[in-house]
Design a protein around this ligand. Structure first.
Ligand code: RIB
Length: 300
C-alpha cells in the first residue's frame, strides 16, 4: 500500500497570455489568447500527485471569494482531501503569467490569502501533519509557516520534501528537517552561494547544502534532466525526455508531485526521478498549469 502524501502550499488562479516575446521593462507587447485556470505551486503539486496515483491531502488558504470557491470545488473534483483547506479574509491568490514562443514564462503572483497562511494555521493542521508519511512544501506561503510545518512533520517521523520555489531567504534551521530538497539550478545557486551551471557544479553546491543539514537532493536542470545527490555525496544523472515544449509552467510542480508519488510507492530515488521526468515531459507539451498535468494512464 502506498503511503499518504500531505501537500501544504499555495493556491492561485492563473491568468495566462501567450506572446511572441516577453515584454522588457516599460514595454507593451500584443499577445495571443487569454486563458484562466487553476494554479499555484502547492495546488499544482497536489493535483500532480493525485492524478499520478497518490493518496493526497491538500491544505492551503483561499479567500471567501469566487476564485476560492472554484478552487476548492476543483480540488475536491480531482479527488484531493480538501478537509483541511482554510478560508482567509484576504482575496484568493492570483498569478499573472506570460509565456513566449520558446515556452519560457514570466510570472507575477499576488499572494493574497497565501500570504495569510500563519504558524497558527500550521498548528491547526497538526493532526494532518502528524498523520502524513510524506509532507511536500514549497515557498509560496510565509517562511515561518513552512519551517513550523517541516519541524512538526520531522518530529512526527514523516519524510519532508521541499521544493524551494520561489527562492527567498531561509533560516538554516529549516535545512535539517528536509529529507529531499528539489531546487532548480538558480535556486540551488541562491541557497548554496555557489555558481551552478552543469552537473559538476550542481553536485558541489548540493554537497554544500548537505553540510548545512539537507538530506538528499534532486537538482532539476530543465531540458537537460535532473541530478540526484545522495546523502553520501554520490550522484546519478537522470536525462530529460526530448520533447517539443510549448509552456514550461508547472513542469517543476509536476516533477515534485510525481516524485512524491513514486517515493510513496517505495521506488528508489532514481526510479522516482525517472517517473517524475516522464510526467513533466508531458506537462511542457500543453499550455497552462493544472490543465497540462498528466494522469497516470497518460504515462503508460
Ligand atoms: O509553478 C507554476 C505556478 O507558479 C503557477 O501555477 C503560478 O500560480 C505560480 O504560483
Amino acid at each position: 500500500m502506498s503511503k499518504n502524501i500531505l501537500v501544504i502550499g499555495s493556491s492561485n488562479t492563473d491568468m495566462t497570455v501567450k506572446t511572441k516575446e516577453l515584454p522588457r521593462p516599460g514595454e507593451t507587447v500584443l499577445g495571443g489568447v487569454f486563458t484562466m485556470g487553476p494554479g499555484g505551486k502547492g495546488a499544482n503539486q497536489a493535483v500532480a500527485a493525485r492524478r499520478l496515483g497518490g493518496d493526497v491531502k491538500f491544505i492551503c488558504k483561499v479567500g471567501k471569494d469566487i476564485f476560492g470557491d472554484n478552487a476548492v470545488a476543483g480540488y475536491a473534483a480531482e479527488g484531493l482531501d480538501t478537509s483541511g483547506i482554510i478560508r482567509s479574509e484576504l482575496p484568493s491568490g492570483v498569478a499573472l503569467i506570460s509565456v513566449d514562443e520558446h515556452a519560457e514564462n514570466c510570472i507575477v503572483v499576488a499572494s493574497g490569502a497565501n500570504a495569510d497562511f500563519t504558524v497558527a494555521d500550521v498548528e491547526a493542521s497538526r493532526k494532518a501533519i502528524e498523520e502524513c508519511s510524506i509532507l511536500l512544501l514549497q515557498l509560496e506561503i510565509p517562511v515561518p509557516s513552512v519551517v513550523a510545518a517541516a519541524r512538526m512533520a520531522n518530529e512526527a517521523g514523516a519524510q519532508v520534501v521541499l521544493n524551494p520555489a520561489p527562492a527567498c531567504e531561509l533560516p538554516e534551521e529549516l535545512f535539517k528537517y528536509i529529507d529531499i530538497f528539489i531546487p532548480n539550478e538558480t535556486e540551488l545557486s541562491t541557497f548554496s552561494g555557489m555558481p551552478v551551471s552543469d552537473a559538476d557544479s550542481a553536485a558541489a553546491a548540493a554537497r554544500k547544502m548537505q553540510s548545512m543539514g539537507v538530506g538528499r537532493l534532486i537538482v532539476t536542470m530543465g531540458s537537460k534532466g535532473a541530478l540526484i545527490v545522495e546523502t553520501d555525496g554520490s550522484t546519478v544523472f537522470v536525462p530529460a525526455k526530448k520533447v517539443k515544449a510549448v509552456d514550461t509552467t508547472a513542469a517543476g510542480d509536476t516533477f515534485c508531485g510525481a516524485l512524491c508519488v513514486a517515493v510513496s510507492e517505495g521506488k528508489s530515488l532514481e526510479e522516482a526521478a525517472q517517473f517524475a521526468a516522464a510526467a513533466s515531459a508531458l506537462t511542457v507539451q500543453k499550455m497552462g498549469a493544472q490543465n497540462s498535468i498528466p494522469f497516470r494512464s497518460d504515462l503508460n
